[in-house]
Structures are given as C-alpha cells and as structure tokens.
Ligand binder design. Structure first.
Ligand code: AMP
Length: 216
C-alpha cells in the first residue's frame, strides 16, 4: 500500500505512522524525521533545513522533494510506504504524483487525522521524543513514560522538540491551514481521502485507521 498521512501538527501522525507501518509491513517515511537526522549529523541539507524548522516554516520544495524522492526509491519502499509529513503543499503533492506516475504507480489512500485545535496545543506542549528512535513518542500527561525522561522502549533520552514551543506551534498551525490543508481537497478530487478522528487512546486511533483503510 502507498499511503499519505495528513493532519495538523500534534494530530499524532508520527505515533500512528509507527504502528500503522508495522501493521501494514511498509516503511514509515517521515520528512520531519529525515530533516532531524540530517540536523543531528550536521549535513549541509540539515543546516539548510534547520532555520526553516526553527521558524515553523516549510523547508523549500527543491530540498524537500529531492530528499523524499530519494527515500521513496530505496529498496525497502519498492512495495509500499507510509508518508508522514509529505506532501505538505500542492507543489509537493503534484511532484509526488509525477514521481509515482513515472513508475506507473499511484497512491492507495490519504488518511486524514482530525483533531480540534485546542487539543493540538495540549498535545504538543507535553510531547516528548526519544533521541535514539524518533518513532518512540510520549506525552508528559496522556502517555507518560514509566521513568520521567527515559524512553520505555529503548532507554533513550526523551526531549522536547525545539519547534514545539508555543510560538512556533502557532506558526506551524498557520502554515498547516494555508499550505497543507488544500492538499486534502486535491486528494478528495481523486477519491483518495479517508478521514478519521484522532481523539482517544493511541490504540483506538490505530484500530480506527486500520478499519478506514479496510485492513481491520
Ligand atoms: P514534522 O516532524 O512532520 O512535524 O516536521 C517538522 C518540520 O520539518 C516542519 O515544521 C517543517 O519545517 C519541516 N518539514 C517536514 N516535512 C516537510 C515538508 N514535506 N515540506 C517542508 N517542510 C517540511
């Protein structure tokens, strides 16, 4: 399956993507994670991305599309993938169509995670991520680790993302509404969108998502 996950920051895309990718046996491709890996390795791409991420803005398309394309063309993605955080605007959605079309492929579904804005703010304020594995995501109140600051799964250090500050989150939400939301209509026109509520326990949302994808 080739799936795109959309939803505002804090909808739980990363958390759900990790479970869904495992259940569906496809790689989880997160452009945010790829940028963060480049930043921690100090690559030129990471240096370029960092200023935009700090400001809560989108990294320019020419950087993002090439990086996403490279990742999608890795052997593990030959039979499907779950895209998390890409595409994030219409130009990227059109580029993705072109990349897939060149190989005679198409998307199977666009899973839209819906969550009210006040919930988003609460979720992001408490979000904690593992330094060793970015798919290990906790929340100080809703999904606390057994030991504060330590990942239950691998023992890695938990930290708060630099762009999870209140001011940057507000900017990211603005960018989501103006640039990313239009891709939902773009995909609706292709009959690809399935919308589910992202409220409730992590496992309930995963079950809802699997059912919406016809895989329960
Ligand atoms: P995420 O981890 O998906 O919340 O992404 C964190 C940040 O990385 C975003 O706020 C953007 O600055 C950048 N980013 C991630 N994916 C994209 C994308 N597809 N296009 C542009 N910027 C992106």
């Amino acid at each position: 399956m080739r799936i795109v996950l959309v939803g505002p920051p804090g909808a739980g895309k990363g958390t759900q993507a990790a479970y869904l990718a495992k259940n569906l046996a496809i790689p989880h491709i997160s452009t945010g994670d790829l940028f963060r890996a480049n930043i921690s390795q100090g690559t030129p791409l990471g240096q370029k991305a960092q200023e935009y991420m700090r400001a809560g803005q989108l990294v320019p398309d020419e950087v993002t599309i090439g990086m996403a394309k490279d990742r999608m063309q890795q052997p593990d993605a030959a039979h499907g993938f779950l895209l998390d955080g890409f595409p994030r605007n219409l130009a990227q959605a059109e580029a993705l169509d072109g990349i897939l079309k060149a190989d005679d492929l198409k998307l199977d579904a666009v899973l839209d995670l819906e969550v009210p804005e006040d919930e988003v703010v609460k979720r992001i304020a408490g979000r904690r991520m593992c330094r060793k594995d970015s798919s290990h995501i906790f929340h100080a109140i809703y999904n606390p680790p057994k030991t504060e600051g330590v990942c239950d799964t691998c023992g890695g250090e938990l930290y708060q993302r630099e762009d999870d500050s209140e001011e940057t989150v507000r900017k990211r939400l603005e960018v989501y509404h103006s640039e990313t939301e239009p891709i939902i209509d773009y995909y609706k026109a292709q009959g690809l969108v399935v919308t589910i509520s992202a409220l409730g326990k992590v496992v309930e949302v995963t079950q809802r998502a699997m059912a919406a994808l016809g895989r329960d």
